[in-house]
Design a protein around this ligand. Structure first.
Ligand code: GLC
Length: 449
């Protein structure tokens, strides 16, 4: 039994009888905001969630795309607020924003090549500009610079590559006249909620089957103010197979740790979202790129603990992906072509202690992912199962090993790392691999003084 304390309400939700009586998506209506943090009351998934989320759990790796007028401005997607840009100075960006046709095809091809299985595009970010065609505002791609529906292009591009399609939608809106006063003026709130629900209705009606709805920032209202239960109800009526996150102040189907990797408990689904540099939207001067090795290590950490990894690109105003992002994602894709199975098929993996490797697991096979290749030999401390065989995944070469009660010692390895930027050794064991390094510390014979 987990040490996490369950509330009575969630205990009830977790019982078979309660689960059986829940309709599609109804657990996603439960009120428990947990934006970006572990949910202390998380309950095991319902049968309906298990059904809707199957593809997503198998997907493991997705592409986040932040694209909007802020890409044109090229100074981070929060610039409108953090530079307090007057609305009259910001809205003209809509006239000049005109990404090249076919940009979305480039994003989708890149995602596929990187081993990603789904995409999530900002349909509307905090700036309020809609990348889609809408009857509810003129501040949208079809009626401004692009003169085209960028969301439709994206949906078609993702589908052409066989990728699942996700929509990001920011509830917070810095452009709409009711976007702030909705907090203090009931008439404004009603108008703004109708506008918000209306845009979401359009998004989930006009583009066929949508796989993920990714809400963001709910300022300045709470769940009651947004009428989030009614919102999610509409979402599941329009898209019975969709999954939704937890950022409209309801628990939703999965948690969303941001810029960090925080595993959920109890089988609750989670997805860590992260930037490739320090900005979500294109920021011209941000050159703080993560290496492909860091990305691969993060992906390993996510899947080791049962989560997904949603990695962001911030295309340039013309829709082209920054060269550095292309380079990193291409390297990740080359690695995934050899090592992908150890990611997609990963189950929760308990061994984690090493100073130069991280681990994933499928059944009784432990994958040791060596990111700092020490050369010729590697060792694992405290493995409590017997190793049957080991081989280098890249070359299929058998690896010799010895095992005593304290360590597995793999020898005869090449001096230089056989794979880049991370080399995987598949280690077949006689049971589910577990590691107890405390026992090693306590019991390993010490020398005399
Ligand atoms: C934050 C930021 C936003 C970004 C999002 C992605 O909420 O406000 O710019 O879109 O994180 O998770």
């Amino acid at each position: 039994m987990s040490s996490i304390k369950l509330s009575r309400r969630n205990m009830l939700l977790g019982t078979g009888a309660a689960v059986a009586s829940l309709s599609a998506g109804s657990l996603a209506l439960a009120q428990k905001p947990a934006p970006g943090e572990r949910d202390p009351t998380s309950v095991p998934p319902t049968p309906d969630q298990i059904r809707r989320m199957k593809w997503w759990h198998e997907a493991r790796f997705g592409m986040f795309i932040h694209f909007g007028l802020y890409s044109q401005h090229a100074r981070h997607e929060w610039a409108m607020e953090t530079e307090a840009i007057p609305i009259g100075d910001y809205t003209p960006l809509a006239k000049v924003f005109n990404p090249a046709p076919g940009s979305a095809r480039g994003w989708a091809k890149l995602a596929k090549a990187a081993g990603m299985k789904y995409m999530v595009l900002t349909t509307k970010h905090h700036e309020g500009f809609c990348n889609f065609d809408t009857k509810l505002t003129d501040y949208c791609a079809t009626k401004q610079g692009p003169g085209r529906d960028l969301v439709r292009e994206y949906v078609e591009a993702a589908r052409a590559e066989g990728l699942h399609v996700g929509f990001y939608y920011s509830l917070m809106d810095w452009h709409h006249p009711d976007g702030a006063r909705c907090a203090t003026d009931e008439a404004a709130r009603k108008r703004f909620v109708e506008y918000t629900h209306g845009l979401i209705r359009e998004l989930l009606t006009n583009y066929g089957k949508i796989d993920v709805l990714w809400y963001d920032v709910s300022w300045p209202l709470d769940a009651a103010g947004w009428e989030s239960e009614r919102m999610n109800k509409m979402v599941f009526e329009l898209q019975p197979d969709i999954i939704v996150n937890n950022r409209n102040q309801l628990i939703g189907d999965f948690s969303t740790p941001e810029q960090k990797i925080v595993a959920e408990t109890n089988g609750r689904a989670w997805e860590s979202c992260m930037t490739l540099n320090d900005s979500w939207g294109f920021q011209r001067a941000d050159d703080n790129w993560k290496s492909s090795r860091t990305i691969i290590r993060n992906l390993i950490t996510c899947v080791r603990d049962g989560g997904n990894y949603l990695l962001n690109i911030g295309p340039r105003p013309d829709g082209a992906v920054p060269a550095e992002s292309v380079r990193v994602l291409t390297e990740v894709g080359q690695w995934m072509a050899v090592n992908g199975e150890t990611i997609y098929k990963s189950e929760i993996c308990l061994p984690r202690r090493s100073n130069y490797a991280s681990f994933t697991r499928t059944g009784n096979t432990l994958y040791m992912h060596v990111h700092f290749w020490p050369g010729q030999d590697v060792a694992i401390s405290g493995l409590t199962v017997k190793v049957k065989s080991a081989r280098l995944l890249k070359t299929n070469q058998e690896v010799k090993f010895t095992q005593d009660p304290y360590r597995v010692h793999l020898t005869g390895l090449p001096m230089d790392a056989p794979d880049s930027p991370v080399t995987t050794i598949a280690i077949v064991c006689d049971g589910e691999p577990q590691q107890d390094t405390n026992a090693v510390r306590k019991n390993k014979p010490r020398g005399g003084v």
